[in-house]
Design a protein around this ligand. Structure first.
Ligand code: PGA
Length: 257
């Protein structure tokens, strides 16, 4: 794993936006794996600014999002379809976009269709990931099979509580989601994971330095060939090998290509 530790969340988001833009410049036809959540808002804002400034184009790219809530139609204000339109799709030249349909008549059939669509597209080139405070990637909650494919997952109470801020009431947060599996994510050519803030400190330490275990799904990334983890100081506080990471990449440097 390449561990890039930045002084603050702003710099970490700059770094991730630059990694995505650099990939699009060298490989415009990339299949981008995209993520939602509070963490990614700053990344998408930077990509929109870069697009407006003529520094990046998404015109040749295809995107597949990680997940969607079961039961929410694409126009629901809390759906990830809506999040993506508001935070990225409506503002850049990315037109070939894919997310699971949360309101499909049969969510299991929809999950299988989505997995097949990713395979048919040639799998993900660059997969962007956030990190749950419980170590989830996508909605692969702890104890998810490390070789799982796109399927329905039941959300943990802690994940529903973390996401309740987007809904009127906690009871409105869906109990299930369709999510790319861990096996799906692991087939990506390259993974870029972004996490910041003290709330992620335990998950970051378990992901990077803990054993590979379904108890922390993100720890499976230790077995991926090309992973860049971008974090801020606050999220890095639990790392035992911090001095080594600083020696390899001082100030999160080098990634600012
Ligand atoms: P967050 O979510 O960016 O809102 O913290 C991350 C995640 O749950 O993957």
């Amino acid at each position: 794993m390449k561990i890039l530790i930045h002084p603050d969340a702003e710099r970490a988001a700059d770094c991730v936006a630059e990694l995505i833009a650099a990939r699009l410049r060298t490989e415009p036809a990339t299949n981008l794996g995209l993520a939602t959540g509070g963490t990614m808002e700053a990344v998408y804002a930077r990509l929109i600014a870069a697009y407006r400034g003529g520094q990046v184009s998404f015109a040749g790219a295809t995107s597949f999002n990680l997940d969607e809530y079961v039961g929410l139609p694409p126009d629901h204000p809390c759906s990830y379809w809506r999040y993506m339109r508001e935070h990225l799709f409506d503002h850049v030249d990315l037109t070939d976009t894919h997310l699971p349909h949360g309101d499909a008549a049969d969510a299991e059939v929809e999950a299988a269709r989505y997995e097949a669509a990713i395979v048919a597209a040639g799998d993900i080139g660059l997969q962007l990931l956030g990190l749950g405070a419980n170590g989830h990637i996508g909605f692969n909650e702890p104890t998810s099979s490390l070789s799982s494919l796109t399927r329905i997952k039941t959300l943990t109470r802690s994940t529903r509580e973390a996401n309740a801020r987007y809904f009127e009431r906690f009871e409105d947060v869906p109990r299930h989601a369709i999510t790319m599996g861990i096996g799906t994510i692991m087939r990506a050519d390259e993974v870029v994971l972004l996490a910041y803030g003290a709330g992620k400190v335990d998950a970051v330490a378990a992901m990077i330095e803990g054993p590979v275990s379904a108890a922390c799904p993100a720890s499976v990334l230790q077995m991926h060939r090309k992973v860049t983890v971008v974090i801020d100081e606050a999220a890095a506080k639990g790392l035992k090998l911090r001095a080594y990471y600083d020696e390899v990449h001082p100030d999160g440097g080098e990634a600012l290509l």
